[in-house]
Design a protein around this ligand. Structure first.
Ligand SMILES: Cc1cc2nc3c(=O)[nH]c(=O)nc-3n(C[C@H](O)[C@H](O)[C@H](O)COP(=O)(O)OP(=O)(O)OC[C@H]3O[C@@H](n4cnc5c(N)ncnc54)[C@H](O)[C@@H]3O)c2cc1C
Length: 441
């Protein structure tokens, strides 16, 4: 079942030329196009399906600094400010609220890990409060259970996955940008070694800059250009329940289950980190690089089925620019829900938070999380194809940092001082294969 999502109208005609073309209308693509348009650039965004319909509407909506990898923390902090500023600048509502995130645990080991992260976060000015047993039990009173401890991160928050990307798309249109749904980019053309146009199923747009924010499709697209970008998609299944539960925290994480208040007053329920790995040719190709991550997460990952083969996002096939591509055959990745996970998630949530017994299941869906081997996205211009900028592999945390990633991409394109140090994100770090071979790009 698709996740709930607002609809946005497309622009009427595909432009013949643009200063920049953004490929992919998830949260990263729309924010990149928005910040480029704010700088006066003529921007066209092409989306093969609907704005926000893949990962960006299927997530929990968490916008967090808490427990971020050190490389991602600066962009997470900036993003929280940008979420706030976007609403003020554009008059559009993404549902972003700094409601704070609550983490509860009865594991000494987990609590010690959170305390170590708090000590590190302090050194970069991020506020997070460790909770002792009494404080955690009080904050978690809706569970009716005692807790050994927890964390509350007051400056973090959530945005609404059903409305965030559409809100940013409307803001792009207000700034004079154009946005084209059901319009897959099939590839790019170059002149004199530099990017000169983006070829879409509805025509060619001349441009010197293209940003590939294609989520789970980025690696197979890069492959057409001879660019090696290791990516593996993990299928995560979650559910939403109807409004009706009173007195729950807005956003609560426990090892058993996590719960997030939705814009409609219902709740999203999920088990953190749990997913299925659907084998595909691309996964086999990159498996040596992903092995350490899969081994680390073996308790929460299970083998999947043939979903990945059927979807085509991880194909190794080469395609032509003058014929339909796998992206046109699969407008929206809407993989099968893992029913066992949904059942378990629901049972755990009812057990953790008794007020949820007053609700019913409203929807359940799955999403492919596009991961990189080190869990950090690849953002940067590809030196071998000047003008081509990759921004993908957000590894399950890209929604919250969408504004910062979009801003950083605009900084790279316009040569402005980058909002954060871009070096930790550059895709060059993936050039070396597991066998030590360096790719050509
Ligand atoms: C169940 C789940 C829970 C999550 N929870 C959180 C969370 O709480 N907080 C958080 O920060 N992150 C979370 N994430 C991760 C987050 O959703 C993603 O990291 C983020 O949405 C990625 O955004 P994106 O724009 O890169 O990709 P996507 O949203 O996947 O968008 C990519 C878009 O590109 C389009 N596209 C691809 N190729 C082409 C092409 N050739 N031409 C035109 N269009 C193309 C696709 O159709 C798609 O719409 C979660 C993800 C899932 C699945």
């Amino acid at each position: 079942m698709p996740a709930p999502l607002q609809y946005v109208e497309s622009s009427l005609a595909l432009p013949a030329a643009a200063d920049a073309v953004v490929i992919g209308g998830g949260i990263v693509g729309v924010f990149a196009a928005y910040y480029l348009a704010r700088r006066g650039m003529k921007v066209a965004l092409v989306e093969k399906g609907r704005i926000g319909a893949e990962q960006s509407s299927r997530n929990w909506g968490w916008c967090r600094q808490q427990n971020r990898d050190a490389r991602e923390l600066p962009i997470a902090t900036k993003s929280l400010d940008l979420w706030d500023r976007f609403a003020a600048e554009s008059g559009e509502d993404t549902g972003f609220r700094r409601c704070g995130l609550l983490y509860l645990s009865n594991s000494e080991e987990e609590l010690a890990g959170w305390a170590r992260w708090r000590d590190f976060a302090r050194t970069v000015g991020v506020t997070t409060h460790m909770l002792d047993s009494a404080q955690a039990t009080e904050r978690g009173r809706a569970t009716g259970k005692p807790w050994k401890g927890g964390v509350f991160s007051p400056t973090d928050g959530t945005a609404d996955p059903a409305s965030a990307a559409p809100a940013v798309a409307r803001a792009i249109l207000k700034l004079g940008g154009t946005m084209h749904q059901s319009c897959a980019a099939r590839g790019i053309e170059t002149e004199g070694g530099r990017l000169s146009s983006v070829v879409t199923e509805h025509g060619t747009i001349r441009t010197t800059t293209a940003i590939l924010a294609g989520g789970a499709w980025a690696s197979s697209f890069c492959r057409q250009l001879g660019i090696r970008f290791p990516q593996a998609a993990i299928r995560s299944s979650i559910l939403a329940v109807s409004p009706g539960a009173i007195g729950l925290p807005d956003a609560l994480h426990t090892a058993a289950v996590s719960v997030t208040r939705r814009a409609d007053g219902g709740y999203t329920l999920a088990i953190s980190g749990r997913g299925r790995v659907d084998p595909t040719p691309q996964q086999l190709r990159f498996s040596p690089q992903f092995l350490p991550m899969f081994v680390k997460r073996w308790r929460s990952l299970a083998p999947g089925g043939l979903e990945g083969f059927r979807s085509g996002h991880e194909t190794l096939a080469r395609w032509r620019l003058d014929a339909p591509t796998p992206m046109e055959r699969m407008r929206i990745l809407d993989p099968a829900v893992d029913k066992a996970t949904v059942r378990l998630t629901h049972l755990r949530a009812l057990d953790l938070l008794p007020p949820l017994q007053n609700t019913s299941i409203a929807a359940a869906w799955a999403g492919y999380i596009d991961s990189t081997p080190d869990g950090v996205p690849g953002i940067g211009e590809i030196a071998a194809v000047p003008g081509f900028i990759l921004a993908a592999g957000f590894s399950g945390h890209g929604f919250g940092i969408g504004p910062g990633a979009g801003h950083l991409i605009a900084d790279i394109v316009t040569g402005n001082e980058p909002i954060v140090d871009p070096r930790p994100y550059h895709p060059d770090r993936f050039r070396k294969s597991a066998w030590g071979k360096v790719a050509d790009f």
